[in-house]
Design a protein around this ligand. Sequence first.
Ligand SMILES: *Cc1c(COP(=O)(O)O)cnc(C)c1O
Length: 361
Amino acid sequence: SQACIHIVDLQAAASREIARATGAEAGYVASGASACLLLATAAAITGCDPGRMARLPDTRGMKNEVVMVRSQRNFYDHAVRAAGATIIEVGLPDRYAGAGVRDAEAWEIDEAIGERTAAVFYVADPMARPLLPEVVGVAHRRGVPVIVDAAAQLPPTANLRRFIGDGADLVAFSGGKALGGPQASGILAGRRDLVMAAALQHQDLDIHWDLWEPPAGLIDKAALRGAPAHGLGRSCKAGKEEIAGLLVALKLFIAEGDAKRHAGWLADVERIAAGVAGLNDVAAEIVNASVVDAVPRLVLRLDRGRHDALAVTLALQHARPAVIVELEDRHGDTIVCNPLCLGSGEAATVGATLRAVLSVR
Ligand SMILES: *Cc1c(COP(=O)(O)O)cnc(C)c1O
């Protein structure tokens, strides 16, 4: 943080590291997965045209539609819309209504692709349908890039390469989730030309064209008609601290590996479970105990006659130190303890707090 270095040179080094870790042609760091998705969408809309970059988020006259499966819509897709894109929804996922078995199908995505399509946007999840290779298949046949939101898809470590391997053109990962990097960091990995377009819309470009010597590995100056001005993505600034911190986190994440990481999380979950052992109005179950490439969690089903899960969650939240559990259904009887953010020694505190809260109710 105290060394003076051109930030774009640091990004070029980050690009090489991210490429190595993901198998992508290039990579970039911005202030979160959401920021990376904004940059990715902007890149898909403008390509490396500086005039178009300057006009965003006004996308009149440009390809500005992004096709997305309806069941994958979520509030993070604000990042896509913020770039000036209109989301075209596809499919009617009646499997979620309990009224049917289907979600969107690849032919429906194909049907929604037209002259104005800038990208297909895919939110990765084990439940996501259609499968990514099918989506890539129809999109690429029509010459349209696929942007993947994989913000929370680590672990498994293999997912660093999986979506690129499946043919995605750009993939975003959160730096501040399981990677354990700076909270305000995210990885964008993908095609060289699209990463270049993202970089151009993110960098500070307060410079004379003749003096501008960007690193060739990240920005191909010869391919540009002129230097774009500060772009739409400037608001997604990442500092040297975030870039270096994220790269270190990425290295540590890969070096630790799924098995060792899982063993540490499992030990924490077991420590929490020990805290509630013997309480006869609580049924405890550890899920993913033997699935080394997933996060183990402690699922606590509370006896409805004795406990209100919402009230228990609030009481834990009000404890000091506060204990934050997941209440997946506001009307449900189940709370879930996720070890992802626990520091060393904190699992015992969580277990003791749970026991105290559940014993007085
Ligand atoms: C967390 C999350 C994001 C946002 O990630 P940040 O790194 O916090 O910007 C985007 N999409 C999905 C699916 C997420 O889970």
